[in-house]
Design a protein around this ligand. Sequence first.
Ligand code: PLP
Length: 442
Amino acid sequence: MTLDPADQQLTLELDRADVFHSWSAQATLKPMVIAGGLGSTVWDFEGNEYLDFSSQLVNTNIGHQHPAVVAAIKEQADILTTVAPAHANLTRGKAAQRILDRAGNSFDKVFFTNGGADANENAIRMARLYTGRDKVLSTYRSYHGNTGAAVVATGDWRRVPNEYARGHVHFFGPFAYRSEFWSTSPAEESARALHHLERVIVSEGANSIAALLIETIPGTAGVLVPPPGYLAGVRALADKYGIVLIFDEVMAGFGRTGTWFAYQALAEDGVTIEPDLITFAKGVNSGYVPAGGVIISPAIAEIFDDNVFPGGLTYSGHPLAMAAIVGALDAMESEGIVENAARVGRDLLAPGLAALAATYPIIGEVRGVGVFWALDLVSDPETRAPLSAAGVGALKSALLSRGLLPFTADNRIHVVPPCVVTDDEVARALALYDEAFAAVGD
Ligand code: PLP
C-alpha cells in the first residue's frame, strides 16, 4: 500500500494534530507510520516489514487482521451497530457466555466496559459497594490504566501525588531480582511478601479496606511471575479480612500465558486460586474494537439486584465489540491458538531467551510464560543496576532496523508476540534479538 501525495503531506503534519503520533515517534525512535498488518507482521508505507513482537500494546493476541474476527465485525456491521446497554442485545449475551465458559463456575456475570482502565474503575466501585469500605490496596509495580481510580491504583511510573490519591495504598509485591528485601528462595520470598502485605492491611485498618487489586502477573512492570504460594497467600489474607480480591488480567488474560487467564497458568498441585472479580480488556477481542469488562462472582453479582448500575456507559457492550469477542474467542478455541502460545513459550521462547541471557551479560533476568516475557536489561550484572535509557534506545533501534517491532518499558525489552506466532517467526525473532544484542555490545 502506498501513500498518495496528500497523505504523505499529512504524515509530516500529524505531530501537530495527534498527541499519539509524537509519542509513537519516540516509542519507535524513527518516524514510522504503520500501514497494515497480517498475523504477526506489520508493514509501513515504504513497504518495510516488521515482526510485531509488541502485539501493539500487548493486545493483538490473535494477530493482525484475523479473517474470522474481521468477518464477524463485518457481519455485525450489516445488522446493527448500536444498542444501549439497557436494551437486550443477543451478541452481548453470547460474548458474556463465551467469557464465563473460560473463567469457570466460580463466576456468574460479566459487566462490559470500553477498555481496561474503566474495567478497573468499575471493579473498585463494585468492591466498595459490596463491602461498604473505601480503601484500595495495590502494588507499587503495577499498571491499572489512566483514569481516576485506575491511575492512582497504578503504583509504578504514573503515580500521582498522595493528596489526589486518598484511599489508595501501595504495598510491595514479590520481585526477588530487584529488591534486596526479598530472599532468592521462592518460598521464602512468598512468605516475606505476604508478611509485608498483612502488616500493611493491619496498619491501614482491615475494616476500612474494600479491595486488594493485583495484576495476576504484573505486565508493564516486567512480567513479574509471582513465586509459588503467593496467590494462595493473597487469597487467604483477603478471606481473613473480608477484602474483595480483584485480579487485573487486562494484559495477562485471554491466551497470553498459554491459558485463558493468567491465574489458571499459576495453578499449583492442581489447585487454581481464583479472585472475586477479574478485570479484562485487550486480548478479549485482540483490540479490534474497544472492549473490556469485569467478570463477577455470584455473591458480588447480587449488588446488581438493587439496581446499583441501572445502565452502563453508552457504548458498553457495543455490538461490534461483542461480535469481535465472539469471533475472536471462537477462532482461538477452534484453531488451538491458546495451546500454540503455551507450546511456543515452553519449547521455543524459554530455551531461546535463556540462551541469549547466557551469552549477553546485559540481560539480567528472563521472566515469563506463554508469549508473555520480559528481559531485564542491566548495566552491571553484579549490582543489577538498570541499563540507561540511551542503552535501551540503542537496542530498540538495532531491532527496528533489522525488522522487529519491540516493546520496551524502562530498562526492559518485553518479548510479547501474538499468540498465533509461528515457529519460523520465533526462530527469526530470536536470531534478530541475538544480532541486536551483539551489535550494541555485551
Ligand atoms: N490494566 C493493565 C494490567 C494494563 O496493562 C492496562 C494497559 O496496558 C490497563 C489496565 C489499562 O487498559 P486500557 O489501556 O484498555 O485502559
